[in-house]
Design a protein around this ligand. Structure first.
Ligand code: ATP
Length: 330
C-alpha cells in the first residue's frame, strides 16, 4: 500500500498549538501516515517575506490531504491576499463542509446535529468591489454551474451519510433572480432523490437553528449565509473551540478548525484542541480511514463526558492536558 502524505500547515497564533495535539493523536491512531510541515501565514511572512510560499503550494499539490491550523490577518493589509482564500481558489475547493453537533452530552446551549454545506467560490465573496465618490459597488455572482456543483455535492453527501432532509437556504424573496436561480437549481438537482428537499429563507433558518434544530439536517447554502449560519450553529453547540470544517474539491481537500488564530489566548497553552481533533477525524474519514476517525471521535467525546475540559468549556485543563486525556482513551 502506498504511504499517504498529509501536508500540515500550522500557521499563526493557536494554530501550531492545536495542530501539535492533532499530530500527536494522528501518530497514535494512524502511525503509517506521513506528515510533512509547510509554512503559511503572518509568522511565515516575517521570516520569508511571503504569506504562502511556492514550496507550500507544491506540498499541497503532492499531498493526499491538508491539515491547516489558523492564520492571523495582518493589521496593515494593503495588497494582502488571504492565503486560505488563495488556496481555496487555486485548488478549486468549492465545498465548505461544516458538521455541527454537540461534542458530548450537556455541552452547548442547544442540541443539534446539522451539516452545513456552504458554496465556497462565489456569492458575496467575489471580492469584486468598485469604489466611487459616494460609495462602493459589489458584484455578487451566482452561477448555474457553481450552484449545480454544490447542490449535487449536498445530495451525494446526504445520500452517503443516510441523511433524511436537505434544506436549501436563500433570500430569494428579495434577491429574486440570483438566489432564485440557486433555489431552482437545488430542486432540479434533488429530483428523483428519496431525501426530503425543502427550502427556507435565511432569516427563518437562523431562527430555526435556535428554536427547532431537530427539523434541520443538511443545509446547502450560498457563501455568506453559510459563513454566518455555521458560526451561529457552532456557538449554539459549544463554541468555536469544538467546530471542525473541510474545504473540498474534486481532487484536493483541506481540513481546518472553524476558529481563527485567537491572538488573545495564543502562547498560553489554554486553547481547546477539540476543533482540531474533530477536524483530524474528518480528514481521516475523507482518506478512507473511517475506523480510526470513529475511535478518535469516541476518545474526544469520552474525555469531555467524563468532565475533562478546557477553560472555554468551563473546565481547567490546558491544551496538552486535554490532549493527554484523549491519547489515554485511544
Ligand atoms: P482571527 O483574526 O485569527 O480570526 P479572532 O480572535 O478574530 O482571530 P478567533 O480566533 O476565531 O477569531 O477567536 C474568537 C474568540 O474565540 C477569541 O476570544 C478566542 O480566544 C476564542 N477561541 C477561538 N478558538 C478557540 C479555541 N480553540 N479554544 C478556546 N478559545 C478559542
Amino acid at each position: 500500500m502506498m504511504t499517504m502524505m498529509i501536508a500540515v500547515l500550522p500557521g499563526d497564533g493557536i494554530g501550531p498549538e492545536v495542530l501539535r495535539s492533532a499530530i500527536d493523536v494522528l501518530k497514535k491512531v494512524a502511525p503509517d501516515l506521513e506528515t510533512v510541515h509547510g509554512d503559511v501565514g503572518l509568522e511565515c511572512f516575517s521570516r520569508r517575506g511571503e504569506y504562502l510560499p511556492d514550496d507550500t503550494i507544491d506540498l499541497i499539490k503532492a499531498s493526499d490531504a491538508v491539515l491547516f491550523g489558523a492564520i492571523t490577518t495582518p493589521l496593515k493589509a494593503e495588497g494582502y491576499r488571504s492565503p486560505i482564500l488563495r488556496i481555496r481558489k487555486e485548488f478549486d475547493l468549492y465545498a465548505n463542509l461544516r458538521p455541527v453537533r454537540n461534542p458530548a452530552p450537556g455541552i452547548g446551549l442547544v442540541d443539534m446535529d446539522v451539516v452545513i454545506v456552504r458554496e465556497n467560490t462565489e456569492g458575496m465573496y467575489t471580492g469584486d468591489e468598485t469604489v466611487d465618490a459616494d460609495g462602493v459597488d459589489l458584484r455578487r455572482r451566482v452561477s448555474r454551474a457553481a450552484s449545480e456543483r454544490i447542490c449535487r455535492f449536498a445530495r451525494e453527501l446526504s445520500e452517503s451519510q443516510g441523511r433524511k432532509r436537505v434544506t436549501c437556504v436563500h433570500k430569494a424573496n428579495v434577491l429574486r433572480k440570483s438566489d432564485g436561480l440557486f433555489r431552482d437549481v437545488f430542486y432540479e438537482v434533488m429530483e428523483g432523490s428519496d431525501i426530503d428537499s425543502r427550502d427556507m429563507i435565511v432569516d427563518a433558518a437562523a431562527a430555526a437553528l435556535v428554536t427547532s434544530p431537530q427539523d434541520l439536517d443538511v443545509i446547502v447554502t450560498l457563501n455568506l449565509y453559510g459563513d454566518i449560519l455555521s458560526d451561529e450553529a457552532a456557538a449554539l453547540a459549544g463554541g468555536l473551540g469544538i467546530a471542525p470544517s473541510a474545504n473540498l474539491g474534486d481532487r484536493h481537500a483541506l481540513f481546518e478548525p472553524v476558529h481563527g488564530s485567537a491572538p488573545d489566548i495564543a502562547g498560553r497553552g489554554i486553547a481547546n484542541p477539540t476543533a482540531a481533533l474533530l477536524t483530524t477525524a474528518m480528514m481521516l474519514e475523507h482518506i478512507g480511514r473511517a475506523d480510526e476517525a470513529a475511535s478518535l471521535r469516541g476518545a474526544v467525546t469520552a474525555s469531555l463526558s467524563s468532565g475533562h475540559r478546557t477553560r472555554d468549556l468551563d473546565g481547567d485543563l490546558g491544551t496538552y492536558e486535554f490532549t493527554e486525556q484523549v491519547l489515554s482513551r485511544l
